[in-house]
Design a protein around this ligand. Structure first.
Ligand code: GLP
Length: 259
């Protein structure tokens, strides 16, 4: 795992945006795996700015999002379809239809999950997978005790995750109980993974992911098995790392020769 620690959240988002633009410059027809959540808003704002400045194009790319709430149609204001349209797709040159998410309103959610998994495989799997980190160590909506080789399927959200995401809904009880999420096995097939986390609320999960045992209790620890993972943190999210000095020696101020 490459661990890049930045002074603040803004620099961490700059770093992740830079990794994505570098990937698209190198491989314009990349299959991107995209994430939602508050963490990614700063990344997408930077990608939109880069697109407007003419330094990145999504014209040959396609994307698959990690997850969607079961029961929410694409036009629901709290759906991840809507989030992606507002935060990225409507502002860049990704061709219409090239940004895929699971359909939360599919009549048979399990069949939709299987269809989505097959579509990812048919696209040749994800090239660069962007991930956030749940405070309980989840990636996508793979909650603790998810199978480390799981594929896209339905997961029941924990109370803690529903509470954390309640801020995006008018009422806490409106947060759906179920989601369709790429599995940990799906994520591990990606060619490269970039995970972004910032703020003190992510410090414990970041430490468990990077330095804890490989365990379904912290789904993100499965990334220890992947051969090309970059974890991008701010100082607050890096607070719990026992080997923090080592990471900072290797990549001072989060600098990465690959960017
Ligand atoms: C959500 C999403 C994840 C996201 C994570 C962190 O529940 N399913 O994809 O990375 O939890 O969210 P946030 O960035 O809002 O802290």
């Amino acid at each position: 795992m490459k661990v890049l620690i930045h002074d603040d959240a803004g620099k961490a988002a700059d770093c992740v945006s830079g990794l994505i633009t570098a990937r698209l410059a190198r491989a314009p027809a990349s299959v991107l795996g995209l994430a939602t959540g508050g963490t990614m808003e700063a990344v997408y704002a930077r990608l939109i700015a880069a697109h407007r400045a003419g330094t990145v194009s999504f014209a040959q790319a396609r994307s698959f999002n990690l997850d969607e709430y079961v029961g929410l149609a694409p036009d629901h204001p709290c759906s991840y379809w809507r989030y992606m349209a507002e935060q990225l797709f409507d502002h860049v040159d990704l061709p219409a239809g090239a940004g895929a998410l699971p359909r939360g309103d599919a009549p048979d959610p399990e069949a939709e999950a299987a269809r989505y998994e097959a579509a990812i495989a048919a696209a040749g799997d994800i090239g660069l997978q962007l991930l956030g980190l749940g405070a309980n160590g989840h990636i996508g909506f793979n909650e603790p005790t998810s199978s480390l080789s799981s594929l896209t399927r339905i997961k029941t959200l924990t109370r803690a995750t529903r509470a954390a995401n309640a801020r995006f809904f008018a009422q806490p009880e409106e947060v759906p109980r179920l989601a369709i999420t790429m599995g940990i096995g799906t994520i591990l097939r990606a060619e490269e993974v970039v995970l972004l986390a910032y703020g003190p609320g992510k410090a414990e999960a970041a430490a468990a992911m990077i330095e804890g045992p490989l365990s379904a209790s912290c789904p993100a620890s499965a990334l220890q098995l992947h051969r090309k993972v970059t974890v991008v943190l701010d100082r607050a999210a890096a607070e719990g790392l026992a080997l923090r000095e080592y990471y900072e020696d290797v990549h001072p101020a989060g600098r990465d020769a690959a960017i």
